[in-house]
Design a binder for this molecule. Structure first.
Ligand SMILES: C[C@@H](CNC(=O)c1ccc(S(N)(=O)=O)cc1)Cn1ccc2ccccc21
Ligand SMILES: [Zn+2]
Length: 264
C-alpha cells in the first residue's frame, strides 16, 4: 500500500518528466526492487575502494529536482575502484532523493521496503573516457553508489551539508561548498552491497550505470531530513513555490537482469 501511495505522490508530474519516460526498448532501467532471495552471491566481487579528496569539493546547487554537491573531476584525485568495477571512476557529484514524509522517498527498494531517502554518489569511467558527458552515453560509462537513509541518530557529517541548504532554497541557486569528505556519508560496512547494470533515474535515462547499492543504511535525524524538504523545486521568480519532495522515480521492470550480492 505504501508503494502505491508513494507512486501516487512521486514527481512524474514534475516538468522534467514530461516527454519520453523510458528509453525506447530500454531493458536495463533504474531504480529496481532488490529481491534479496533472488540476488546471486558472486565471490568475484571485490571490496569497494573509494578514495575521495575533500579538497576537490567545490559547490552545492539546487538544480530544480534535487541538490547536488559537485566535485572537481578534472583529475583523478577523488576516485572509486574495486567492487564490480574493472576500471577507475572519478567522483563528479552526489545528490539525494527523498519523500514528503518518512514513509517513502528512496528510489531503490529492498524486498519492497522503502526508505525515507537515498544518496547517490555519481562517478564516471576515467580510464576509458575524458569527460562525464562522453561517459554518460556508454554502457560502462558510469558507476553510482546508492546509500539508503533511515531515521535515527543525527548524522554529524551530514550536518555541514544541512546547514548550507537554506542558501540554495530556490532552483538554480548555488553556494560555495568546500572541504567536504563524501566518504563520511558511506555506511561503516561498505563490503556488503548489491550490484546490477541499470540507468540514470532521471532523463536522459541512459543505460550507462553500474549500480552499487549498499546493504547498510546510514542514520540521519528526523530534523535533518526535514531540512531537505524545505528546499523548493521553483526558482525565486516563480510566484507559486513548490516544496522539493518526492523527487524519486518509481521502480522499473527487472527484464531478466540478475542482481549480484557481495555477501552470502
Ligand atoms: C546526464 C544529464 C545530467 N544528469 C546526471 O548527471 C545524472 C546523474 C545521476 C543520476 S542518478 N539519479 O541515476 O544517480 C541522474 C542524472 C545531463 N545531460 C542531459 C542530456 C545529456 C546528453 C549528453 C550528456 C549529458 C546530458
Ligand atoms: Zn539519483
Amino acid at each position: 500500500l505504501k508503494m502505491q501511495k508513494a507512486a501516487e505522490h512521486n514527481m512524474n508530474i514534475h516538468p522534467m518528466w514530461q516527454g519520453p519516460l523510458a528509453v525506447p526498448g530500454g531493458d536495463r532501467q533504474s531504480p529496481i526492487d532488490i529481491i534479496q532471495r533472488k540476488s546471486v552471491f558472486d565471490s568475484e566481487l571485490k571490496p569497494l575502494v573509494p578514495d575521495y579528496d575533500p579538497d576537490t569539493c567545490q559547490q552545492m546547487w539546487n538544480n530544480g529536482y534535487s541538490f547536488l554537491v559537485e566535485y572537481d573531476d578534472t583529475t583523478d584525485k577523488s576516485t572509486l575502484k574495486g567492487g564490480p568495477l574493472q576500471d577507475k571512476f572519478r567522483l563528479c557529484q552526489f545528490h539525494f532523493h527523498w519523500g514528503e514524509c518518512n514513509d517513502w522517498g528512496s528510489e531503490h527498494t529492498v524486498d519492497r521496503r522503502l526508505f525515507p531517502a537515498e544518496l547517490h554518489l555519481v562517478h564516471w569511467n576515467s580510464d576509458k573516457y575524458s569527460l562525464f558527458e562522453e561517459a554518460v552515453m556508454e554502457d560502462n560509462g558510469l558507476a553510482v553508489i546508492g546509500v539508503f537513509l533511515k531515521v535515527g541518530k543525527r548524522h554529524e557529517g551530514l550536518q555541514k551539508l544541512v546547514d548550507a541548504l537554506p542558501a540554495i532554497r530556490h532552483k538554480e541557486s548555488i553556494v560555495e561548498f568546500t572541504r567536504f569528505d563524501a566518504a563520511c556519508l558511506l555506511p561503516s560496512n561498505i563490503d556488503d552491497y548489491w550490484a546490477y547494470h541499470g540507468s540514470l533515474t532521471t532523463p536522459p535515462l541512459t543505460e550507462s550505470v553500474s549500480w552499487i547499492v549498499m546493504k547498510q543504511p546510514i542514520e540521519v535525524s528526523h530534523d535533518q531530513l526535514a531540512v531537505f524538504r524545505s528546499l523548493l523545486f521553483t526558482s525565486a521568480e516563480e510566484e507559486v513555490q513548490k516544496s522539493m519532495v518526492n523527487n524519486f522515480r518509481v521502480q522499473q521492470p527487472l527484464r531478466g537482469r540478475t542482481v549480484r550480492s557481495s555477501f552470502s
